[in-house]
Ligand binder design. Structure first.
Ligand code: C2R
Length: 333
């Protein structure tokens, strides 16, 4: 079996986070390899691993590191394959590593997931592979359906231990089939759906659109908030079932990305916008998703990197897009 994903740990001490990722790859039956190499301590080794991996058909990289977590960024600098970054909590709750992973300069994105969220990093990598592999998609959907069963089991356990006199439950009926792998692709279907939560996000949205245009990637664009128009929002996301991935753009409590991730098994790229607190509110809100529903988050207001990341994902199986991303990243002239 040839590995599809290469996991690189900055240190052996990050292994507890890598284990979470490996469990997901085992469950989804995705071949992976794992190496330990630090961009700071063993720079040349990181470079060799990345170059040999690409030569051997690896399609997605995962960099797992704490402190000044430059490892995922250095991997990204050495390849145009998508890179997922998992920041590790070694000091100050992992905020140092989160910033180091996510705040990458254009045009070198790292799809960052939550602090210590190895399982979400693996799931995002799997979703990337699922954009062209129906078998992997079906397994991701099965995994997410199991979340429903787990939630119901947890609820029964809590209820069985409750002693409230006024506890008065109502019956909830959840529709049985939520997910579907049905997809009708025609040449007219857009590849990407771009979803800003408000017209106030226009500056970042324009950057995303401009670079998708330059990369020759077709997209639909709809300004819609899951909080202001929940029904319309859900319908739009469901109508976009034929796209390969979503780009969510949002500031403040930034629910747009999480709401999309809740409704789809496809990759969701999040772009946090800065309205308050320099955009840290939306960065944390986008990146720190619970296990099972990842959002690959790029740097604050970095719409350009969201478009490049989308191109790196789509470029795995599309030579035209791959060539354009290589040109834009300066790999070919
Ligand atoms: P040690 O426990 O080996 O001292 O490592 C590692 O990923 C780990 O979380 C402590 C932390 O340092 C991180 N590290 C990096 C890099 N190399 C090691 N962030 C890098 O190249 O970015």
């Amino acid at each position: 079996m040839k590995p599809k994903v290469m996991i690189i740990l900055g240190s052996g001490t990050d292994y507890r986070i890598a284990e979470k990722a490996m469990n997901i790859f085992e469950e989804l039956r995705i071949p992976y390899d794992l190496k330990v190499a630090s961009a700071h301590r063993t720079h040349e080794r990181v470079k060799s691993i990345v170059l040999d991996s690409v030569r051997n058909g690896v399609e997605v990289f995962m960099g797992i590191a704490g402190l000044s977590a430059h490892l995922p960024g250095i991997i990204a600098a050495k390849t145009y394959q998508p890179v997922v970054g998992v920041p590790v909590d070694v000091k100050i709750g992992g905020i140092d590593a989160l910033f180091a992973c996510s705040q990458m300069p254009f045009p070198v994105p790292v799809a960052t997931v939550g602090i210590d969220r190895g399982e979400n990093g693996a799931l995002f990598a799997a979703q990337i592979l699922g954009t062209y592999n129906q078998k992997i998609r079906a397994r991701i959907i099965k995994l997410r359906e199991e979340c429903y069963e787990r939630v119901e089991r947890d609820e029964s356990r809590i209820i069985n231990n409750m002693r409230g006199n006024y506890y008065s439950p109502i019956k909830i009926i959840t529709p049985e089939t939520i997910w579907t792998t049905k997809e009708e692709m025609t040449d007219n279907n857009p590849l990407v759906s771009v979803v800003p939560g408000s017209y106030s996000d226009i500056k970042v949205t324009k950057k995303v659109a401009m670079f998708l245009d330059r990369l020759g990637i077709s997209y639909d664009l709809n300004v819609i908030s899951p909080i202001r128009y929940p029904e319309r929002f859900q319908k739009y996301i469901e109508d976009m079932e034929t796209v390969k991935l979503f780009i969510a753009i949002s500031g403040l409590s930034a629910h747009v990305s999480g709401a999309i991730a809740a409704l789809t098994d496809k990759p969701v790229i999040g772009v946090p916008c800065a309205f308050k607190a320099y955009g840290l509110d939306s960065l944390f809100s986008m990146v720190n998703m619970p296990p099972g529903a990842p959002v690959g988050t790029v740097g604050i207001e970095n719409g350009g990197n969201a478009a490049i990341l989308a191109a790196e994902i789509l470029g795995i199986k599309n030579e035209k897009i791959e060539t354009k991303v290589k040109k834009l990243r300066g790999w070919i002239y």
